[in-house]
Design a binder for this molecule. Structure first.
Ligand code: UDP
Length: 241
């Protein structure tokens, strides 16, 4: 677990977006994992997730407040969260400014349709190289389509860890591209689902809002976050011995 924490991006969100802009401009292949406690817990039990979280080709940022708090308990100071939904939005803005192309893989077809409309209105210089919903049976075949399109930005919305595993499996076949697993971000950015009100975001309570809206998330929350917290507490104790 400690090795996942050490790999986290340790500067501010604005610094991160600045670096991202440079990478997009230069066409540097980049894989961003937006980590929450669930991701780190998967990394403990699944060698594939462990490998992608520790690979030097991967940038891991703290999406969840649990990661920021956990890091602090282990003596690693992270200035703030860098939410996946903000990364997705920034990439669209930067892609528009730099006249780049984007490919979307994942989420429901109606979400993609709405997202493509929103992008055409807000980001007219961003070319949509393709969009494939996340319910097609063969996701590897979908990735072959992405390879043909050679997009500059690839957002994969299938949920953790399926999206990260799929990206990692195909990543090294690409020469360029910013790849991000964005979870439910397209649901929000397309206007299909509301993001938490500002109060919840500002007070790091976005997770709480999502549970209130979708109570079925509670089991997932317990399995990842509560167990994660116990694990980090134990690690922190051992470190202080
Ligand atoms: N999804 C998908 N195919 C699937 C399962 C999920 O495209 O087989 C999409 C789903 O529509 C949603 C996203 O993956 O847009 C996952 O969202 P969730 O809110 O669960 O992810 P989180 O942000 O919590 O990681």
């Amino acid at each position: 677990m400690i090795k996942f924490f050490s790999k986290l991006y340790k500067s501010t969100a604005e610094d991160f977006y600045g670096e991202l802009h440079g990478r997009l401009e230069r066409g540097e292949r980049t894989f961003i994992v937006t980590a929450n406690p669930e991701a780190f817990m998967f990394g403990e039990g699944d060698p594939e997730v462990e490998a992608l979280l520790t690979d030097e080709a991967t940038s891991v940022v703290a999406d969840g407040i649990g990661i920021v708090k956990g890091a602090s308990m282990l003596g690693i100071n992270l200035p703030e969260r860098i939410p996946g939904v903000d990364i997705a939005q920034r990439l669209m803005e930067q892609g528009n400014e730099l006249k780049k192309s984007i490919f979307l893989l994942g989420s429901k077809q109606e979400v993609l349709d709405a997202m493509v409309k929103v992008m055409a209105e807000k980001y007219p210089h961003l070319t949509v190289a393709g969009a494939i919903n996340g319910y097609v049976p063969d996701k590897d075949a979908a990735f072959e389509e992405i390879k043909k399109a050679t997009p500059d930005i690839v957002l994969v919305a299938l949920g953790i860890p399926a999206q990260e595993k799929l990206i990692y499996k195909h990543l090294f076949c690409f020469e360029k591209g910013i790849f991000v697993g964005v979870g439910g971000s397209l649901d929000v950015l397309s206007g299909t689902k509301a993001r938490a009100p500002k109060f919840f975001i500002d007070h790091n309570l976005e997770w709480f809002y999502r549970i209130m809206k979708e109570p079925s998330r509670i089991k997932r929350f317990y399995n990842s976050n509560v167990k994660f917290l116990f694990k980090v507490k134990k690690l922190a104790k051992e470190n202080n011995k």
